[in-house]
Design a protein around this ligand. Structure first.
Ligand SMILES: C[S@@+](CC[C@H](N)C(=O)[O-])C[C@H]1O[C@@H](n2cnc3c(N)ncnc32)[C@H](O)[C@@H]1O
Length: 401
């Protein structure tokens, strides 16, 4: 099992950041990775599967591709699925679910394509192991992925189970929480690591923090917490699973964590006009094990002052919409008034900071009256967003930013 064909799907726009992460986690050179629009492919062994599940912050899941080839009809799909050695991966006692995705497939029914895969898997296990697995669409032991393009069929086995954005710590969430995987990609895009080139701390501030996703992800990065340290994975139920090897990897990850001394200043700060959200964020941070490294407070983004003398980064996905849902002093005034006041507040109090704003609002730089120095396209689910960078000049600076 030394050269598995692995594929890590991710949100649109995140693949370059995922590729950097995968290269760092596996030690593979960039040219060994295939970076697509919606994910990164690489070769690796079973250990690589465990490592990526435990440590990738940006991947949605880790798939093992077991078949890739041309197809025309449903019968081709059955024949391909019947040729895969599923019995090497799971037993008839385990429950399965087949998920189908497609882009420009000529087939009339994707549901039927999924049924053909399920039939082939069941027939093969009945023939080789004397019994067939049952289907469980709610909580299967094993998820199989079928991906159809106009000409190519891919069959893959999922090793993650619940998608990797489910880290196990977010129980309390607000109305529009960011997925943890997207939050991690956003932080990677800013280049923030918690320290500058001299090792001095660089604070991160989210003044519209909601349930705290960006702040908690940032703190986990600074503390070197593996994102999968608190959850279970589908690979634990697959036949190659070696509990001793897995325990060793988890122990090594725990040993590499940085303790945060009690009483030390926080590295990541969040505030929100909704005290309910602040309460959620605090509870999430405690569950994530980063309570000592973060500080959450209630307050209006138009009034909160920098929490540290040292400049750092502001990072937020603010509320959006024509009748902006911003609450607080500018609540109900509309997007233009809110952002005009936000930019004025930043110029007055956050000179020398860098603001990064994730938004689907193409008009945001105009509303802020600030020039974006970078624009990175990223998808929040189906919503096309931009991560915009604004360099806020120090107070004695000459620019009008
Ligand atoms: C899109 S949500 C942020 C979601 C957050 N990133 C998360 O993952 O949970 C926007 C947040 O801005 C907050 N908000 C709205 N107006 C605000 C204001 N004037 N000051 C501070 N926060 C505000 C809302 O309460 C909401 O939690």
């Amino acid at each position: 099992m030394s050269t598995l064909d692995l594929f890590l799907p991710c949100a649109g726009g995140c693949a370059p950041f995922l590729a950097d992460e995968v290269a760092a986690l596996t030690g593979q050179p960039m040219d060994a990775l295939r970076v697509g629009r919606a994910g990164v492919a690489l070769r690796g062994d079973w250990d690589t599967v465990l490592r990526l599940n435990l440590h990738s912050r940006i991947a949605q899941r880790v798939l093992i591709r077991l078949w890739e080839g041309p197809y025309r009809r449903e019968d081709d799909i059955y024949a391909a699925a019947a040729a895969v050695a599923w019995e090497d991966w799971f037993t008839p006692r385990q429950t399965i679910k087949v998920e189908v995705t497609a882009q420009r497939s000529p087939l009339r029914s994707l549901h039927f394509a999924g049924l053909r895969v399920k039939d082939a898997v069941c027939d093969r296990l009945r023939e080789r192991r004397g019994a067939r697995p049952s289907v469980d669409t709610a909580q299967p032991d094993v998820r199989l992925y079928v991906h159809l393009t106009a000409e190519t069929l891919t069959l893959a086995l999922d090793t993650s189970g619940e998608p990797l954005f489910k880290r196990g710590w977010r129980i309390d969430k607000g109305d529009a929480p960011l997925k943890e995987t997207l939050a991690a990609a956003v932080i990677a895009a800013t280049g923030w690591t918690g320290v500058d080139a001299d090792g001095a701390p660089v604070p991160l501030v989210d003044p519209c923090c909601g349930s705290g996703t960006l702040v908690i992800e940032a703190a986990q990065i600074a503390l070197r917490h593996a994102p999968g340290r608190q959850r279970r994975f589908a690979f634990e139920r697959l036949l190659p699973h070696d509990p001793a090897r897995w325990a060793a990897l988890r122990d090594a990850a725990r040993a590499a964590e940085r303790p945060w001394p009690a009483g030390a200043a926080a590295i990541a700060y969040g505030s929100d006009v909704s005290f309910r959200m602040v309460d959620f964020a605090r509870r999430n941070a405690e569950r994530a094990g980063v309570g000592a490294a973060v500080a959450f407070r209630g307050g209006d983004a138009l009034q909160r002052l920098p929490p540290t003398d040292r400049p750092g980064i502001l990072l937020l996905n603010p509320p959006y919409g024509e009748r902006i849902e911003a609450a607080g002093v500018a609540g109900g005034l509309g997007a233009d008034a809110f952002y005009e006041r936000l930019a004025a507040h930043w110029k007055t109090h956050f000179g020398g900071w860098t603001a990064w704003v994730l938004t689907p609002d193409r008009d945001l730089p105009r509303r802020l009256r600030l020039q974006a120095s970078r624009r990175i396209p990223l998808y929040n689910g189906p919503i096309e967003c931009r991560l915009l960078r604004f360099d806020l000049q120090a107070r004695n600076g000459s620019s009008d930013n």
